[in-house]
Design a protein around this ligand. Structure first.
Ligand code: CU
Length: 425
C-alpha cells in the first residue's frame, strides 16, 4: 500500500516535471526563434582557442571563385601546416580527413587532394610537415554561403579553416551530378533512385508511428510507468498484444529479408562503401629556413587584445629579412610596412595593421637581434582567441613569415607559454 502511495506521488511529481519541461522547451524555442536573424556563422568560433592555434595552420588559401552558377565548379587551394605545437590533449592526426565546412551540401565535393594525391578517404599526416591541398567543388544550391576548408581529426573533431562568402546563382532544380559507374552506366547521383529513398523512409516512418501509437493509446507512458513501478507490470500486456507484437516482429523481418533479396538480385555486383587510410602523402619540400627563431617570453593583455612576444632571431642567410606576418587559427596579422598592397583575404580574419615590431630595421645577414613583436587587433576577441588567457596551458602558436628584399618568404613556426595580463598597466 505504502509503495503505491509513494508511486502515485512520484507519478504526480513526474507529470509536473514533464509539464514544466515542456513549458520550458516551448518558451525557449519561441525566444530563440524571435531573437534569431539569418545565421551568419556555423560554430567556427566555438572551438577552444588552443585547438585552433596549435593544431594546424592553413595559409596561402585561395578560392578560385566567389560567385558562380549552379553546376559550375570552383576550387579551394592552399597549404596546410601541421603544427609541431600540436597539443597533447588531442590525438595526433593519424586519421584525418580533408573536407569542407559549409551550411549543408550547398556545393558538392567532387574531389580532394593532399600533396597532389586524390584523398577520398582518411589520411595520416605528420607533425611539423606542410602539405599542399586542393578541394574541387561544384555549386548545387543557390544562395550566399560561407565556405571553409576543414580537417576532421579523429578524437580532435573538425578543425576549421578560413571561410569565404560564395554566391551561387541559378536554381537547384537544374543541378546535375553525373557519375560513371564501374559497369560504364552513367547515373545522376542527385536523382538516382530517389523514389526508393522516399518510399522506404515513408514505410518505416508510418510503421514507427503506428507502433508507438499502438502502445501509447492505453494509459500513455506515465501510466505504464506507474503500473510497472507499483509491481503490476505483468498485467499490462494482454495475450492479444503479445500476438500483435510477435506479428509486428515477423512482418518487419519478412519485409527486410524480401526487399534485401529483391535488391541483391537486381544489383548483383556491388562494392561496399570504401573506408580505410591512405598513407604516404607527400609533404612539401620546404628548404630549411636560414632564420633561427628562439621564443624568449610573452604576455597576452586581455583588455588591450594584444599579444606581445619577445624573440631572439638570428639571420644566417645572405639577405636581410623582415617579419611581415603572423598567422594563427586562420587569422592573419600583417605588418603594414611589409604588406604595402591590399591582400585578398576574408576581411573578418585579416588584421591589415595587426603586427608591429620594437625595431623595424631589417635583420641583416649574420645578425642576431632581440625583437619584440606586438600582435594587436580586436579580432583576437571577435574570433574568441582571447580565451587562451583562461586555458590550463596558456600557450599560443602560429606561423611567422619573414620576407627578403628579393621577394623570398620563409615561414617559421613559433609559440610558447604566455602570461595573461588582465589589468591595463
Ligand atoms: Cu563560416
Amino acid at each position: 500500500m505504502k509503495t503505491s502511495v509513494f508511486s502515485t506521488l512520484a507519478g504526480h511529481a513526474k507529470r509536473q516535471a514533464g509539464r514544466l519541461w515542456a513549458l520550458g522547451l516551448a518558451v525557449g524555442l519561441a525566444a530563440s526563434m524571435a531573437g534569431s536573424g539569418p545565421a551568419d556563422a556555423h560554430g567556427e568560433k566555438s572551438q577552444a582557442a588552443f585547438l585552433r592555434m596549435r593544431t594546424l595552420n592553413w595559409y596561402d588559401v585561395k578560392w578560385s571563385k566567389t560567385s558562380l552558377n549552379v553546376n559550375e565548379e570552383m576550387e579551394i587551394t592552399g597549404k596546410l601546416h601541421i603544427m609541431d605545437a600540436w597539443p597533447v590533449a588531442v590525438a595526433k592526426p593519424e586519421v584525418a580527413f580533408l573536407n569542407v565546412g559549409m551550411p549543408g551540401p550547398v556545393l558538392v565535393r567532387e574531389g580532394s587532394f593532399l600533396g597532389g594525391k586524390f584523398v577520398p578517404r582518411s589520411t595520416s599526416l605528420e607533425l611539423g610537415k606542410t602539405y599542399e591541398f586542393r578541394v574541387l567543388l561544384k555549386a548545387r544550391r543557390q544562395g550566399r554561403w560561407h565556405v571553409h576548408t576543414q580537417l576532421s581529426v579523429q578524437t580532435g573533431g573538425p578543425i576549421i579553416g578560413p571561410g569565404q562568402w560564395v554566391e551561387i546563382k541559378g536554381d537547384m532544380a537544374d543541378f546535375k551530378n553525373p557519375v560513371t559507374l564501374l559497369n560504364g552506366e552513367v547515373i545522376d547521383l542527385e536523382q538516382y533512385k530517389i523514389g526508393n529513398i522516399y518510399f522506404w523512409h515513408t514505410v518505416w516512418f508510418i510503421a514507427g508511428v503506428a507502433w508507438v501509437f499502438y502502445w501509447f493509446r492505453k494509459r500513455g507512458f506515465v501510466g505504464r510507468y506507474i503500473s510497472v513501478a507499483s509491481g503490476k507490470g505483468g498485467e499490462l500486456i494482454t495475450p492479444l498484444e503479445r500476438q500483435i507484437g510477435a506479428g509486428a516482429l515477423a512482418a518487419t523481418l519478412l519485409v527486410v529479408i524480401i526487399s534485401y533479396a529483391l535488391t541483391a538480385s537486381e544489383f548483383p555486383r556491388t562494392i561496399p562503401l570504401q573506408a580505410g587510410n591512405i598513407r604516404a602523402i607527400d609533404a612539401l619540400n620546404i628548404p630549411e629556413s636560414p632564420i633561427k627563431v628562439e621564443y624568449l617570453r610573452g604576455t597576452y593583455k586581455v583588455p588591450g587584445r594584444e599579444l606581445v612576444a619577445t624573440y631572439k632571431i638570428t639571420n644566417t642567410g645572405k639577405e636581410p629579412v623582415r617579419v611581415g606576418e603572423f598567422a594563427t587559427a586562420t587569422l592573419r596579422f600583417l605588418n603594414p610596412d611589409v604588406y604595402t598592397q591590399k591582400v585578398d583575404y576574408p576581411e573578418y580574419i585579416l588584421a591589415e595593421r595587426g603586427l608591429s615590431l620594437s625595431d623595424n630595421a631589417p635583420i641583416a645577414p649574420g645578425e642576431t637581434k632581440e625583437l619584440t613583436v606586438k600582435v594587436q587587433d580586436a579580432r583576437w576577441d571577435t574570433e574568441r582567441l582571447a580565451d587562451l588567457a583562461y586555458d590550463v596551458d596558456s600557450s599560443f602558436a602560429g606561423l611567422m613569415f619573414f620576407f627578403t628584399p628579393s621577394g623570398a618568404r620563409y615561414e617559421v613556426e613559433t609559440g610558447g607559454p604566455v602570461i595573461p595580463e588582465f589589468l591595463p598597466i
